[in-house]
Each structure stands twice: as structure tokens, then as C-alpha cells.
Design a protein around this ligand. Structure first.
Ligand code: 13P
Length: 340
């Protein structure tokens, strides 16, 4: 195992001022996103859309890495270069989602377990040849009456650790993503309690499986109230609860934490990250790995129409820049108006 190259890749993924674009939507998930913008879910539209994002001029100032989907890592730009090649040539690190999705957990109604460990060693070897330098696996935890169960937390943590071990064996940096969903009417305090229990299980499992913490990246949810909660979380409250929870659970050997956006609006995701970086000193880099919160405006501007390409790239560049400022706690809402 090439430990020092993994550690330097992990540090580059969370380099100051930069974050990760999650563009690893499965064909089913991108269909939902395309639908909101009236775009047909064809292979060519998926390819053209990813090419648009990855070739946005200047975005490498703010984006350190991109998480690809299996289909995308095998696709090429119109000028015939493979997607990983296009990213690498701009100093952006290509990564790959390797899980096979969260499935209903047998005998645990309402809970999910992520699949994809069978044959993973062989798939990782292939992804490495295709240019990937990091991997991602997402576990999904649901808050509800009597949920999550301890069994669900343990099973998902164990799978995350086995994924991380196989990734490090292949000298690929694992992004370990335990996502506590925003769905529900639970309070911010309840989200904090469940996130703490989840991260506790995850780091115990990572230790059991001998994961080198310096060569991984954590991708958690922020601590927020449920989407249907009558009480809305403000950025200061989210930042305080999230940083407190992470301090209790995440060893300082982990180089960086990249948040998912999980259904927050673009602005909320930027404001929350900004509040964390403005008000707190932490042993890890606090960064982003957003899907929707980096892409929503760009997708809305593109709508599958070739002549909208420049406008869509401008929207993506802007969002990436705003989140880059949030990495330093230097984001201000006025900057949104200036760009409009
Ligand atoms: P969102 O930021 O849209 O939640 O996506 C991030 C991700 O990678 C989910 O697995």
C-alpha cells in the first residue's frame, strides 16, 4: 500500500479554498434532477452535462476533485479525451462512487443498508486503471420513531469500514459518507444525537478495520433540524452543533471533512459552511462535497440547450467560488447579487 501518496491525495482533496464536486448521480438520480429542468435523460445529455461542468473555465481554482459515476468515468468529451483525463489535465483529482446504492434493510422496516462489497476489489483495480484516485461510499441513516436502530448503525458502519479498507489496499483514498437524512420533523438536537451515534459507530469500525485515518476523508451531513420541522435552523446554530458533534467524534488525524448538502438550498449550504469556518478553529479542514448545492443553478441555466452552455458554466463557476470563500469564512450574501 502506497501510504504517502494516499495521504498527499487526501490533503490535496481538502486543500485550502477548494472543495469537491459530487457529480456521481446514478442514472436514476440524474433523471430526477434533469426532470426539474425539463431535460431528457439520454446518455448523450448526461455526457454533455458532465462535460459542461468539468470544462468550466477557471473552476479548478475552487474544485480539488470530482466524484464520478461508473458511466461517466468511461465517457469522453466531444474532442475525444476521457473524463478523468480532462479533469487531471486541469489539476482536478478524479474520484468514483463505488457503492451500489442504499437498499431496504431486511427485517428492519424503514431502514437502509448500502450494498456493493461483492467484487469490489476487482472493480477498484479497474477504476484505478481508468484514472480514479479516490472512492466514495454512502450510507444512509433515517431518523424516525424508534429509528435509527443500533443494528442499522452498526451494519452500515461495518460496510463503510470494509469499503475503506479495500480502497486503501488499492491505494485509493476513501471518502467515508455516513448521511443522516434531513427527512422528517425532528429537531436539530435530535439530529445532533443521531449524528454523534452514527459517527461514533463509524470511527470504531474504521479502527477495527485498521484504516489509516490520514489517508481518508469524512463526508458527513451537517447537524440541521428536519426538513419538516417547524423550527428552522440558522447558520450559527447549525455551525455550533455541527462543530461540537464533529469534535466529539472525529480524530484529528483525519485531514478533512467535506459536507454533503443533502437537500439544503445552494445559499443555505454556503452560509452554513461559512459560519463553521468563520467562527471555529478545528483540527481538520472543513470543506464541501456538494451535489445539488453546486449544480442546481447551473442545471436550471442549461436546460439541455447548447446555446445556454456559457450561462450554465458561469452559474457553476459562481457557486464554486462562493463555497471557496466559505472555506475561509469570507462569504457575504451581497456577493450573490453582484453576480446576478
Ligand atoms: P448532495 O450534496 O446533493 O446531498 O449530494 C452529495 C452526495 O454525494 C450524496 O451522496
Amino acid at each position: 500500500m502506497d501510504q504517502s501518496s494516499m495521504e498527499s491525495t487526501a490533503r490535496a482533496m481538502v486543500a485550502p479554498g477548494k472543495g469537491i464536486l459530487a457529480a456521481d448521480e446514478s442514472t436514476g438520480t440524474i433523471e430526477k434532477r434533469f426532470k426539474t429542468a425539463g431535460i431528457a435523460n439520454t446518455e448523450e445529455n448526461r455526457r454533455a452535462y458532465r462535460e459542461l461542468l468539468f470544462t468550466t473555465p477557471g473552476v479548478e481554482e475552487f474544485i480539488s476533485g470530482v466524484i464520478l459515476y461508473d458511466e461517466t468515468i468511461r465517457q469522453s468529451t466531444r474532442d475525444g479525451r476521457s473524463m478523468p483525463e480532462v479533469l487531471s489535465s486541469r489539476g482536478i483529482i478524479p474520484g468514483i462512487k463505488v457503492d451500489k446504492g442504499a437498499k431496504d434493510m431486511a427485517l428492519f422496516a424503514g431502514e437502509k443498508i448500502t450494498e456493493g462489497l461483492d467484487g469490489l476489489r476487482e472493480r477498484l483495480a479497474e477504476y484505478r486503471k481508468l484514472g480514479a484516485r479516490f472512492t466514495k461510499w454512502r450510507a444512509v441513516i433515517t431518523i424516525g420513531a424508534g429509528l435509527p436502530t443500533a443494528t442499522c448503525l452498526r451494519a452500515n458502519a461495518e460496510a463503510l469500514a470494509r469499503f475503506a479498507a479495500l480502497s486503501q489496499e488499492a491505494a485509493l483514498v476513501p471518502i467515508v459518507e455516513p448521511e443522516v437524512l434531513m427527512d422528517g420533523d425532528h429537531s436539530l438536537a435530535r439530529c445532533e444525537e443521531v449524528t454523534e451515534a452514527t459517527l461514533g459507530e463509524v470511527f470504531r469500525a474504521l479502527a477495527r478495520h485498521r484504516i489509516v485515518l490520514e489517508g481518508m476523508v469524512l463526508k458527513p451531513n451537517m447537524v440541521v433540524a428536519g426538513e419538516q420541522s417547524p423550527v428552522k435552523s440558522d447558520a450559527k446554530g447549525v455551525a455550533e452543533a455541527t462543530v461540537r458533534c464533529l469534535r466529539r467524534c472525529v480524530p484529528s488525524a483525519v485531514p478533512g471533512i467535506v459536507f454533503l448538502s443533502g437537500g439544503q438550498t445552494e445559499i443555505q449550504a454556503t452560509e452554513n459552511l461559512n459560519a463553521m469556518n468563520r467562527g471555529h478553529h478545528t483540527p481538520w479542514q472543513l470543506s464541501f462535497s456538494y451535489g445539488r448545492a453546486l449544480q442546481a443553478s447551473a442545471l436550471g441555466a442549461w436546460r439541455g440547450i447548447a446555446t445556454n452552455l456559457a450561462a450554465a458554466q458561469k452559474a457553476f463557476y459562481h457557486r464554486a467560488q462562493m463555497n471557496s470563500l466559505a472555506r475561509y469564512g469570507q462569504y457575504r450574501p451581497e456577493l450573490e447579487k453582484q453576480a446576478a
